[in-house]
Design a protein around this ligand. Structure first.
Ligand SMILES: NC(=O)c1ccc[n+]([C@@H]2O[C@H](COP(=O)([O-])OP(=O)(O)OC[C@H]3O[C@@H](n4cnc5c(N)ncnc54)[C@H](OP(=O)(O)O)[C@@H]3O)[C@@H](O)[C@H]2O)c1
Length: 313
């Protein structure tokens, strides 16, 4: 099969488009024929030795945590899926990732693909939607009527976080640059802040929850906007316990995990038209390098996705 394989650590040039062996599903795995693969900032991090070690990945490897495709074959212990099923999944990468014509997934990693969207959109969902869900629902316990400040609302995680928070009945304040103010509104943000023109702390005050996907100064300035008893979830940093204590708030650094039941819940919200998937750019699999360069800008609007095969009719 064709795949992108990383044999050496380095820049985007280490992403080699080549022929490699198709994986065989173990008894607890499904073999998925990929139609599309999502691109995430972490895909670039694991090209470095430090990043690969942190995420427990060894060379050579096929990147790509996100995949949408059709089940080709099932292992003996698979009960939930059968050949021909359309699925999307957050892969572990242990047996290869989604930048390939075929990949294997376990039942914990995969869920039925939402019927109302194309594969190319579905591939943009798993990692970022699960991150937003696990941050807001599982960790911060966001509830009806609460106010949440979502930094980076126009990116992969942020675009899902805004919509999940709205579906939860929360009030959403979201930040992005000037070019993405329209997107924040389109996604349902009640208040859109242009971080290039305005300090978010001048607008967002006494919020219940902050979702931080930016870190550094943005995180440092976020402690002060949370009301006593509130919560900060960061995806990119360690929290400063002294700052949390000073403001009487709690917090957590999140590391996302595959979860098929949450992915199925997210799929239902997509099919109920409560969550839109924004794919701003697609690239053929062979141009994964260009896709990763684009993601590395840190200014992706929605998602960037690799097209692996034609959408089935
Ligand atoms: N811990 C975990 O488990 C986990 C899981 C998923 C992602 N992450 C991390 O979370 C981060 C975001 O991921 P992603 O997939 O959403 O990335 P992304 O799609 O590249 O989105 C980044 C977004 O951040 C916005 N942004 C950049 N600088 C900003 C600033 N100073 N203030 C507010 N917004 C700003 C950008 O909007 P503009 O273009 O408008 O500036 C862009 O929309 C990445 O570092 C990723 O590695 C961690």
């Amino acid at each position: 099969m064709k795949a992108i394989v990383v044999h050496n650590y380095g820049g985007p040039e280490v992403l080699k488009y080549e022929d490699t062996r198709r994986p065989e599903p173990k008894e607890d795995q499904i073999l998925v024929r990929a139609i599309a693969a999502g691109v995430n900032p972490v895909d670039a991090s694991i090209r470095s030795e430090r990043g690969a070690k942190f995420f427990g990945i060894t060379l050579p490897f096929i990147p790509g945590y996100d995949i949408a495709g059709v089940v080709e074959k099932t292992g003996a212990k698979i009960a939930k899926f059968k050949p021909g099923d359309s699925v999307y999944a957050y892969l572990s990468l242990k047996d290869g990732g989604g930048y390939a014509e075929y990949a294997v997934a376990t039942e914990v990693e995969a869920a039925p693909k939402p019927k109302s969207i194309r594969f190319v959109e579905a591939a943009g969902v798993p990692v970022v939607a699960l991150t937003a869900w696990q941050a807001l629902i599982d960790t911060a316990k966001l509830s009806v009527g609460q106010t949440v400040l979502i930094h980076g609302g126009s990116g992969g995680v942020g675009s899902f976080a805004i919509q999940i928070a709205k579906a939860r009945g929360a009030k959403v304040i979201a930040t992005a640059s000037t070019a993405n103010q329209d997107l924040l509104k389109q996604l349902g943000a009640d208040v859109a802040i242009d971080y290039t023109k305005q300090k978010f702390e001048d607008v967002a005050k006494d919020v219940d929850v902050v979702l931080d996907s930016v870190g550094k100064d943005t995180l440092a300035r976020s402690y002060g906007v949370v009301k006593k008893g509130g919560f900060i979830v960061t995806l990119v940093s360690r929290l400063d316990q002294a700052e949390l204590d000073k403001h009487g708030i709690r917090g957590a650094s999140l590391s996302v995990n595959p979860d098929s039941s949450e992915l199925a819940e997210i799929g239902k919200l997509i099919d109920a038209n409560k969550i839109k998937v924004i794919v701003s750019q697609t690239f053929p699999l062979s141009e994964a390098m260009k896709a990763q360069e684009q993601v590395a800008t840190g200014h992706t609007r929605g998602k960037i996705v690799l097209k692996v095969a034609d959408e089935p009719k």
